[in-house]
Design a protein around this ligand. Structure first.
Ligand code: GLA
Length: 592
């Protein structure tokens, strides 16, 4: 093996044998529209960063265990690495297998996590073999981008905060060897939470650099890392300068002064740093994860993170404060700091065509699966989106509908097409009183996967209806399970002109608007309740009046000059069939 470009001395890094300090920022290519990658990378360099860091999401790159690697559009990692190199930036690569990152399933593919027998993130060969097969196809296109081959990648992370999860050192060793045996010669490192010496110990490997994750208590955290690893560079591999939000929770923010003061402490201590996040981006489509610490808590669509660059790529207060701090410790480009990008003029969109979902589930979904008892989404071979379960209620009368095993994650219940209630996993709801008007009434249950748990032991917990359903204690049999992944285009939606009667059932709504010059904008949906939004077929993600987030980021490249199309899937109702495109994001009230 050749000597890697990046090596370590007793107290720091060397790059090609010269002392080097990593001043890095996290930014996930898969959370940024690919037409904006170059812009974000340039802004990273202008802030004074010499390196950018990214995870690699296994679940998106290998959605099918037998299928090819997906490496296009938002997933064209080689192109992103080329752009980083063109900007003169080094790259820290974190290929998992597990990435956490508030990402669906922590980046582990659902086809793997849905097998309850596989012991995830252990040396269980069913897990390691799957990862090995993935590396077999992932690494060949990446090896030319390693520093050894003249590329930008100077270091590669082994697993992610493994010490917070397990202590199977043989497994960590396997991940290390899997990378090495496939040609990765660069410096390898692990990362673990500085707050816990136990985590640092369990997540480390002899011969692999330990780094720490923390957001404050800088001196204490660095001391703990030093106690754990007496020699070598001190590196904060995730310096948390903001935080993410859950639906129904507060919007997290951290003051620029406070974060900049801690960055200064880190750099003054001679440490290397990866700012998490330099630019957070967006959980487009169905990609957000969830936490489940006592209760299930899905992450919102925005991954703004109160980062240095806002979700729309504009320099926020932290950008300028960090640039000043970095300039005290390293050379910062002399070019002026970037200005905010132009925004689209305020625009109103009338949604004047619509199509109810339930009557068209057959046309919009994939072929119906018939089953005695409801199948989970995983059993239906579907890993995101919605599933609609339909059966008949044999008896009339008042009674209790009981979902044994609960719902994953939110179920809307309809009798003869009329909404009768909602059950939420986060509220541990499993039963609903209903009135059945006549024997043979149709029961519909529309279930939404709100995002796969990405941290802790509940990764892979199932979605859809999770067990038999009873009415007054009698099991309901004979289910039609409609898969509604809503992943392709929505051309099959049979839109018709909307009349003025408001509707209170799930429906697609369609409107058009004119654009002169495409630019970033934010979709505001006052009066709407909960659903999904697409512009020109690009799936912006989930909206929910529960907040905190009230607008969805629309990247300029999604728009085109002339007529543009907005489609909403509204699951409940709206006060007016109208949306607004505004120039200011609204991520909700900040926590006190
Ligand atoms: C940990 C993980 C990251 C991310 C942050 C919180 O440090 O390693 O992937 O989840 O927490 O944002």
């Amino acid at each position: 093996m050749r000597t890697p470009a990046l090596t370590t001395s007793s107290d720091g890094f060397l790059l090609h044998d010269e002392p080097f300090r990593i001043i890095s920022g996290a930014m996930h290519y898969f959370r940024i529209h690919p037409d904006l990658w170059a812009d974000r990378l340039r802004k990273a360099r202008l802030m004074g960063l010499n390196t950018v860091e990214t995870y690699v999401p296994w679940n998106l790159h290998q959605p099918d265990p037998e299928g090819p690697l997906v490496l296009d559009g938002l997933l064209d990692l080689p192109r992103y690495l080329d752009l980083a190199k063109a900007e003169g930036l080094h790259v820290l690569l974190r290929p998992g297998p597990y990435i956490c990152a508030e990402w669906d399933g922590g980046g582990l593919p659902a086809w793997l996590t849905s097998d309850p027998d596989i012991r995830l993130r252990t040396s269980d060969p069913r897990f390691t073999d799957a990862f090995d097969r993935y590396l077999d196809i992932l690494l060949p296109p990446l090896l030319p981008h390693m520093a050894a081959a003249g590329g930008s990648i100077i270091a590669v992370q082994v697993e992610n905060e493994y010490g917070a999860y397990g202590d199977d050192t043989a497994y960590l060793k396997h991940v290390e060897q899997a990378l090495r045996s496939r040609g990765v010669e660069e410096l390898l490192f692990t990362c673990d939470q500085a707050a816990s010496p136990k985590h640092l110990a369990a997540g480390s490997l002899p011969g692999v650099l330990s780094t720490a994750t923390f957001g404050g208590k800088v001196e204490e955290s660095l001391r703990k890392l030093r106690e754990h690893q007496p020699e070598g560079p001190l590196m904060c591999s995730e310096f948390w300068i903001g935080w993410f939000d859950h639906w129904g929770g507060p919007h997290h923010a951290r003051s620029a002064e406070d974060a900049a003061a801690d960055l200064d402490r880190l750099l003054s201590a001679g440490a290397s740093v990866n700012i998490y996040m330099f630019h957070g981006g967006t959980n487009f489509a169905f990609t957000n994860g969830a936490n489940h610490h006592h209760t299930y808590a899905p992450t919102i669509t925005s991954y703004d993170y109160d980062a240095a660059l806002t979700e729309s790529g504009d320099p926020g207060p932290k950008y300028h404060a960090f640039r000043e701090v970095i300039a005290r410790h390293a050379a910062v480009p002399e070019e002026a700091a970037p200005a905010p990008s132009p925004k689209l003029p305020l625009t109103t969109v009338e949604l004047d065509r619509r199509a109810p979902l339930l009557p068209h589930a057959e046309t919009l979904g994939e072929p119906v699966v018939k089953a005695e008892n409801p199948l989970t989404m995983d059993e239906l071979g579907q890993h995101s989106g919605y599933a609609l379960y339909r059966t008949t209620l044999p008896e009339a009368g008042d009674g209790l509908l009981h979902f044994s095993g609960g719902v994953g994650d939110r179920a809307q219940v309809f009798v003869d097409g009329a909404p009768v209630g909602v059950l939420e996993r986060e509220r541990r709801e499993e039963s609903l009183p209903v009135r059945v008007p006549h024997a043979g009434a149709t029961l519909d249950v529309l279930v939404e996967n709100m995002g796969g748990v990405n941290y802790g032991p509940r990764i892979g917990s199932p979605k859809g209806l999770l067990g038999p359903v009873t009415f007054n204690g009698t099991a309901l049999h004979g289910w039609d399970c409609h898969r509604l992944p809503l992943a392709g285009d929505l051309d099959a939606v049979p839109f018709a002109p909307a009349d003025t009667t408001p509707i209170t059932v799930p429906a697609f709504h369609h409107g058009t608007f004119e654009v002169e010059t495409p630019a970033d904008t934010f979709l505001a949906l006052p009066g709407w309740t909960k659903g999904q939004a697409w512009i020109n077929g690009f799936h912006l993600g989930r909206y929910w009046s529960r907040g905190p987030q009230q607008t969805l980021y629309v990247p300029g490249p999604v728009l085109r000059p002339g007529t543009n199309e907005l489609v909403l899937l509204e699951l409940h109702a709206t006060t007016a069939p109208r949306a607004r495109l505004t120039d200011t994001p609204d991520l909700g009230p900040v926590n006190p």
